[in-house]
Design a protein around this ligand. Structure first.
Ligand SMILES: Nc1ncnc2c1ncn2[C@@H]1O[C@H](COP(=O)(O)OP(=O)(O)O)[C@@H](O)[C@H]1O
Ligand SMILES: [Mg+2]
Length: 234
């Protein structure tokens, strides 16, 4: 099991008001799965994606990545796991505007810590890997452009290349198509599916769009912080 959530709860506190955004989530993901987390706005999709992506921690319950209980990791180990095991694609692309497309994709390789896999890559190896990924997402000819010179769909394809550059075991995409029209949204999903098949990484993406969630091999339906159906692995 590449990811497991055991009785995960998330409680947000605003002043004296407490709100349970996740209420006892039990989930497992196998290597290479292409899973949609579906549900209406406010159902807890972003909360669950951030917890799986180690951006946020549960209030209760356990998150296991590659069989390791993440609560027992120290800060450095957690950062390292986030950088090396997980790739993240955001709803709003989150590319750095001052960097070129090439530099945006290369960035995670430069953030690798001393002794990490990516820190061992020299400039020529980094260039080779970034260019291969830009080929893969169909944007090799845009490598010297800035994000603002690209369409939304192209920016999201750059973000997918960036998420893959460290060869993560898991790619998390929180509503990756929410800011795209349906044609570009489908293209982005087609690309995610292609790289899922080629690299074998587990893809977990959230969406409230039916046409998108139907492209998944498994759909997990969230409602008010609980799983309605889809918890069992295929
Ligand atoms: N930082 C926060 N503080 C308080 N409540 C929050 C916070 N983040 C999310 N929530 C609440 O938790 C619920 C789930 O939010 P979220 O995970 O963003 O859902 P979704 O991504 O499905 O729209 C919502 O009711 C939202 O208002
Ligand atoms: Mg959300």
């Amino acid at each position: 099991m590449v990811v497991a959530l055991n009785d995960v709860w998330k409680t947000y506190s605003t002043g004296k008001v407490k709100f349970d955004a996740l209420k006892g989530i039990d989930l497992q993901f196998k290597r290479g799965e292409f899973v949609a987390v579906a549900g209406p706005s406010g159902s807890g999709k972003t909360t669950i994606m951030n917890i799986i992506g180690l951006i946020d921690t549960p209030s209760r319950g356990a998150v296991l990545i590659d069989g390791r209980e993440t609560a027992s990791l120290n800060r450095d180990e957690l950062t390292r796991m986030r950088q090396e095991v997980i790739g993240f694609v955001f709803q709003s692309f989150n590319l750095l505007p001052v960097l070129t497309v090439f530099e945006n994709v290369e960035l995670p390789l430069l953030l690798g810590r001393k002794g990490s896999r990516s820190a061992a890559l020299d400039k020529a190896r980094r260039k080779e890997r970034v260019e291969r990924l830009l080929e893969e997402v169909g944007l090799a000819d845009k490598r010297f452009n800035r994000p603002a010179e690209l369409s939304g769909g192209q920016q999201q394809r750059v973000a997918i290349a960036r998420a893959l550059v460290n060869e993560p075991a898991i790619v998390i995409a929180d509503e990756p198509t929410a800011n795209l029209d349906s044609e570009n949204g489908t293209r982005v999903l087609d690309l995610m599916k292609k790289v899922n098949a080629e690299y074998g990484a587990t893809f977990i993406f959230s969406t409230h769009d039916k046409t998108i969630w139907e492209m998944a091999t498994r759909i997990i339906f969230l409602h008010d912080g609980k799983i309605e159906r889809g918890a069992a692995t295929a």
